[in-house]
Design a protein. Sequence first.
Length: 237
Amino acid sequence: MLRLIGGIALATGLCLASSARAQPASAAGEPAPAKPSDAPLPSCLDQTIREQLGAELKPRGVQKRDFQKDNKLVLVAHGGLYGGDLTSSSWIAGGSLGYFFTEDLGIQAEFDLTPLTLDLDSPLNKFFGDNRFEPGMAYVALGNLMWSPIHAKLKTGGGIVHADIMLFAGGGRMFHDAVQGLSFDAGMAIDLFVTKVMTIRLDTRDLMAVEEVAGETRYTNNFVTTAGLALWIPSGL
């Protein structure tokens, strides 16, 4: 950088000196500028800057992705937190199997399990004299459409990690006595490509379902966040 600044300064001085010597000859044909700042810069200065920048900077251009997803199966194992709207927060665990038609579009089938409990159930039982809510394991089966519109690069430590930011939405069933009808979900995920065949996946979603808990029935928005490992398998298609 110091070499670049020095070279530009030297070229500026030489160009200004040469233009000063050539000024009397051109003064007869053209009027002198009103102020020195109005005078155009010498063309040799532009050439010197281009040469210096060309020596210091190397154009990168468009770089190819180092990980290809199209026509690959992805097997995910994950776990995290289930924040119930009417029920208590608890753990959630499961996995999914997906397939990407292109780099940006894919489908996914997911199966999870989480215990549905109600911390206020014991005081309500004592007050009403009966069991107002039956806790138990809930099984969640969903199908999602995956869309990956953004490819990012994250600088971590001394290297760069490639990542895909994905949006997804779909529907299915949440199997529990307190849940009625179909369930739907929508959210986003990020895949961190740590190796050629494995990624770290972080996702968050809104799991929507009609639930009847402690005498109240309404449409619920349950917050789910998970982290897991994804294994990418060539499909051979």
